[in-house]
Design a protein around this ligand. Structure first.
Ligand SMILES: Cc1ncc(COP(=O)(O)O)c(C=O)c1O
Ligand SMILES: Nc1c(O)cccc1C(=O)C[C@H](N)C(=O)O
Length: 411
């Protein structure tokens, strides 16, 4: 697709966009361009009704009978099965539960147990910090274990050659720069060295096609509140390759991972399959948001999502480069996720000034302005208008106003 050079051309692309009709499925903020769906996705129009039904009918009327009658008991599995096609997995391989951090704790601990002769967890220094904090917490529980942080992936082979790496944990798309890693190639390299591979899919699930099966990935985690639009703090998901189901043992052995939770036996006996990763039951009302949004995802062709995502990011990056901004996100499509990072020493106040103009992105320290492109509801004219607003903010110098320098607890 040739990159549009006028707003009219963007409007023409919107009119012809095969994903265009899905935009009406979402409640978008009035008079704003929302480019932060890579942090918190928007509200699907159908979600309030699904939440209402869950609260008033299933809880209010059905009460405890809803565990069986409304299928509550099976939700971590049935919702996992519905996420599976989005990540290239089969039914029975994905489970919805807990947060990404907690799921990582379970998986990294299980992975270290699966490689008893090896004690190193390898990650990248610039990964989203909770992943590193969890790796540190996990290695602290094993004698002689340590987490080693790569300054760059160029150091991966050297570390693997040492023969002590039990597990490698990487983000498929970097939360700051938007760099997309080659899942197949890296997983193969890690396997050749005898280690296990865990991918964090937070910034790729729902943003691009993923094929965990073809890449022979061992384990993966992801969240549902970004591109998948399940709602603030909605539960995460985890994937475990079926070849590991028999041997794997996760440490948070709560009653819902038991083979017979309602037998109330004093000894723990894990259920078979992916269900053994359950600890307790995920917050039922938060699952309602996921139930609702997955109805939309079932209509989506991820190849169309990827094509539009690349076109939107290319358009926005090109316009921003013309403003003289440093574009940190790679130009090569195969190395780019669905977000754009721009470096600016005063990125924080610039983003606040943009937000006041109705373009909502965010800032990640030390100097990156970050804009997420979510093809189900971001249009070509949105991308065009956002770049125009950025041009005006920079040209006017309005970002220098004192009010744009005040920071809240959450950025
Ligand atoms: C890459 C990545 N991993 C993990 C998390 C944390 O997830 P959770 O809050 O569900 O533990 C986030 C963002 O919240 C993230 O961007
Ligand atoms: N999960 C978040 C939250 O509860 C509050 C604020 C931000 C978040 C995020 O998801 C941040 C996100 N992982 C990031 O890429 O920066």
């Amino acid at each position: 697709m040739t990159v549009p050079t006028t707003r009219e051309q963007c409007a023409a692309l919107d009119a012809a966009d095969p994903l265009g009709p899905l935009r009406k499925e979402f409640t978008l903020p009035a008079d704003a361009v929302y480019l932060d769906g890579n942090s918190l996705g928007v509200l699907p129009v159908r979600t309030p009704e699904v939440v209402r039904r869950t609260v008033e009918e299933e809880w209010g009327q059905g009460l405890i009978t809803s565990w069986n009658a409304a299928g509550w008991t099976e939700l971590p599995h049935t919702l996992g099965d519905r996420i599976a096609p989005l990540v290239g997995a089969a039914a029975g391989e994905v489970l919805v539960c807990d947060s990404v951090s907690v799921n990582l704790f379970k998986i990294l601990t299980a992975a270290l147990r699966m490689r008893p002769g090896r004690r190193t967890v390898l990650g990248e220094r610039d990964t989203f910090p909770t992943d590193l904090y969890i790796a540190e917490g996990v290695t602290g529980l094993f004698d002689g274990a340590r987490s080693v942080l790569l300054g760059s992936l160029d150091e991966l082979d050297e570390q693997l050659a040492g023969g002590d790496v039990a597990v490698v944990l990487l983000s498929h798309v970097d939360y700051r720069t938007g760099v997309l890693l080659d899942m197949a190639e890296i997983t193969e390299r890690v396997h050749r060295a005898g280690a296990l591979m865990v991918w964090d899919l937070c910034h790729s699930a729902g943003a691009l096609p993923i094929d965990l099966t073809a890449c022979q990935v061992d384990f993966a985690v992801g969240c549902t509140y970004k591109y998948l639009n399940a709602g603030p703090c909605a539960p995460g998901f985890l994937y475990a390759a079926p070849r590991h189901h028999a041997a794997v043992r996760q440490p948070l052995t709560g009653w819902f991972g038991h083979a017979e939770p309602f037998s109330f036996k004093p000894e723990y006996r894990p259920t078979e399959g992916i269900g053994q990763f359950l600890t307790s039951f995920p917050p039922l009302l938060a699952l309602a948001g996921l139930r609702a949004t997955l109805e939309i995802w079932e209509q989506v062709d991820l190849a169309q999502v990827r094509a539009k995502s690349l076109a939107l990011t290319e358009l926005f990056m090109g316009r921003c480069a013309q403003l003289g901004l440093e574009v940190v996100t790679p130009a090569e499509p195969e190395r780019r996720g669905s977000q754009v990072a721009l470096r600016h020493p005063d990125g924080f106040p610039v983003v606040q000034a943009l937000i006041e103009r109705g373009v909502i992105g965010d800032f990640r320290a030390p100097d990156l302005m970050r804009f997420g492109f979510t093809p189900l509801y971001t249009s070509y004219t949105d991308a065009w208008d956002a770049a125009e607003a950025l041009r005006e903010v920079l040209a006017s110098g309005e970002w220098q106003a004192e009010r744009f320098h005040r920071r809240g607890a959450v950025t």
